[in-house]
Ligand binder design. Structure first.
Ligand SMILES: [Zn+2]
Ligand SMILES: [Zn+2]
Length: 665
């Protein structure tokens, strides 16, 4: 019995297992429920197949679908292999290539052979075969091969893409293949589910096909890509499909056009042309944020767009970030007409990609004492970052954006309190803006970083303490620590909003930075009369105005709360007899501070209602002869079934109350 392997489980208990036994055996010994639920095993930290034997004593944790996020990934990855095996059976001559996971599923690229690329019409047949194979509960088994063995197999089966790939691997590497039946195998590191029956036949869908170049290079062969989405069960799949449909309806690019808010034009890739109505939303939001910052002891500044490249060298941005920066020569036209000359000794200037260095330059003006801290410098800072055209997305991902940025310069002993106050301010603002739910995460030191271990220990612990002081470091708040995900100079708090259809958006952020004040030599005189470095907190609540307005539009599906709506009310006439009265109503609304318009067109009232609903006008005040005679209006609220007739003064009072921003109520 001395040969038994000691398998330690997460609860600390130890099971003795004979050599040759597998995680599946341990799961079965614990109970049939667990054996069924287990998708893969973590053996000494490494994710492995359930059927792969232990090599000695080991620590074992079973990955089940319900508990582990990697369960979902395993399911998607496995589904992609199944698609590949079936496509090759259904369409002989198709070659397989690669199998990556996506956010909601997977895709698989095929070389389609003589039959030509796949179309959406091919997908139902493949899906039907997938359900059959899942029902048959066939195992996928792991084998270790040499490279030559693998290349030989691929060559003899006409798999030129896989063969090309395999040939580039080191000759002496042990490679794993997974085999399903006699004639189908795929090269893959694994791990995989033990058999096809582990998948829920109702929890996946093949969604679309597209073209893609082999290895993403347009000089290579064009492949045919099949996309799928995969989930743990049918309920999750249905929710996902519903979310996709909802997201399509709420797309800010579509609503932005229908509501006449903004447009984008290739003449200014990634920069937004705000129309009057869109910019009204911006102005309301900016005024709201400014009131919050004023009340919270921030001081607003404005810093230059262009700065000498040498300043960006000092701050470290030019070294680390220059490929994302727009640089321009510092030139002026020559009066003699000899062409441009360099105007200063700078040579090059760069558009700011962030506001931080400029705020340090402002901080450094004059001597600061410990009594001056904390100093909270805020800026609605317009920044440029050079992103590839393909990465841009509506107003959510742009190249010119305005942050609700601020930098708090404080002493170490003030840090926890500053972070706590920031968390409270952010909480109030998200709620007032209509987001009830958000998650707080702490991104910890990355592998490549500046600064000492002591600095990181202190900075991370300070953020933990500050969030704990607000009582929000609990699972209900989505509190989570993310190892390795901090910035290279600082740990950071991330705030992820959940929108009306359950999507999450990281918007707020706070970083504790001691590196930049050091690089740019910012200091204050302490109580001891000595120079000290301030801590610099980089923080934003909305992130950027562009993206946040995009999120607001999608969250509210365009039906913005009255205080943010660009046009709050439209007075629409039923008959031209009511034109004079409509003019009177409009004047009273405007005098009351309501953003209102009148629609006196000679159109049917239903047509007017439809058009203003499409533009998401929150309140329509319908007036006809009777309303004019009685001094009333028929109020139709966007999305409501019925209209409500009320005296004009009452309607105005109601609109005024609702149009008041939440912080002023
Ligand atoms: Zn695989
Ligand atoms: Zn900053």
């Amino acid at each position: 019995m001395t040969d038994m392997f000691k398998i330690t489980l997460p609860d600390g208990s130890v099971r003795e297992m004979p050599p040759g036994s597998t995680p599946a055996d341990v799961a079965a010994a614990i109970g049939p429920g667990l054996a069924k639920a287990a998708l893969a095993a973590r053996v000494d930290g490494e994710l492995r197949d359930m059927a792969r034997p232990f090599e000695g004593n080991a620590a074992l944790a079973l990955v089940t679908s319900r508990k582990n996020p990697e369960g979902l990934e395993l399911i998607r990855h496995y589904a992609a292999h199944i698609v590949a095996s079936l496509v090759q059976r259904l369409y002989p001559g198709t070659q397989v290539t690669i199998v990556p996971s996506t956010d909601d599923g997977f895709y698989y690229d095929f070389a389609p052979g003589a039959r030509g690329p796949f179309t959406d019409e091919d997908l139902p047949a493949i899906e039907a075969k997938m359900r059959e194979l899942i029902g048959a509960d066939k195992p996928l088994t792991r084998e270790v091969w040499t490279r030559d063995q693998l290349v030989g197999w691929f060559d003899s089966h006409g798999e030129s893409f896989k063969s090309e790939w395999a040939k580039e691997l080191p000759a002496d590497e042990e490679l794993t293949i997974y085999r399903s039946g006699e004639d189908w195998l795929d090269m893959c590191r694994g791990p995989h589910l033990a058999s096809t029956g582990k998948l829920d036949p109702q929890a996946f869908k093949l969604t679309r096909v597209s073209g893609a170049y082999w290895r993403g290079d347009q000089r290579n062969a064009m492949l045919s890509r099949i996309y799928g989405t995969g989930w743990l069960n049918k309920k999750q799949l249905d929710e996902h499909l519903h979310r996709l449909e909802e997201a399509g309806k709420r797309d800010h690019r579509k609503l932005g056009q229908e509501m006449d808010l903004f447009h984008l034009d290739p003449v200014a890739h990634g920069s937004v042309f705000w129309h009057p109505k869109g910019y009204l939303i911006w102005r309301q939001l900016e005024a709201y944020v400014r009131r919050q910052l004023d009340a919270a002891g921030y001081e607003e500044v404005k810093s230059p767009q262009l700065m000498d490249v040498r300043q960006w060298e000092k701050s470290g941005h030019w070294g680390k970030y220059s490929e994302n920066m727009f640089a321009v020569p510092d030139e002026v036209p020559d009066a003699e007409g000899e062409g441009p000359v360099i105007s200063g000794d700078a040579g090059m200037m760069a558009l700011k990609p962030m506001n931080c260095p400029a705020h340090i330059l402002i901080f450094k003006q004059g001597i600061k004492s410990y009594r001056d801290l904390p100093l909270r410098l805020a800026e609605f800072g317009c920044c440029h970052r050079n992103e590839p055209h393909g990465a841009l997305h509506g107003i959510m991902r742009v190249r010119q954006f305005t942050q609700d940025d601020a930098h708090i310069f404080c002493r170490e002993d003030q840090l926890v309190d500053e972070v706590r106050q920031f968390c409270d301010l952010l909480d109030k603002m998200y709620r007032e803006l209509g987001f009830e739910q958000y998650a707080i995460k702490l991104a910890l030191r990355p592998e490549k970083r500046f600064g000492s271990e002591e600095m990181w220990d202190w900075a991370e612990q300070s953020l933990r303490d500050a969030v704990a002081a607000t009582g929000r470091n609990t699972p209900e708040w989505g509190w989570e620590e993310l190892p390795g995900e901090g910035a290279f100079y600082a740990p950071k708090l991330e705030f992820h909003l959940t929108d009306a259809i359950g999507r999450t958006w990281q918007v707020g952020t706070l970083q504790t930075d001691t590196v930049l004040p050091d690089r740019l030599d910012a200091s204050y005189i302490g109580e001891d009369g000595e120079k000290h470095r301030p801590v610099m907190l980089h923080r934003a609540i909305l992130g950027t105005f562009e993206r946040f307005i995009g999120i607001l539009i999608e969250h509210y599906a365009g039906k913005l709360p009255l205080w943010l709506a660009p046009v709050q009310a439209v007075v629409a006439t039923i008959v031209s007899d009511a034109d004079d009265y409509a003019g009177e109503v409009l004047a009273k609304l405007q005098a009351a501070g309501i953003r209102a318009e009148a629609d006196l067109r000679n159109e049917k009232i239903n047509y007017k209602v439809r058009e203003h609903s499409l533009q998401k006008v929150p309140q329509l005040l319908v007036v006809g002869k009777r309303e004019a005679d009685e001094g009333t209006v028929a109020v139709r609220t966007l999305g409501a079934e019925h209209q409500k007739v009320m005296p004009l003064d009452e309607a105005i009072a109601m609109l005024r109350a609702e149009a008041t921003p939440p912080d002023l109520r």
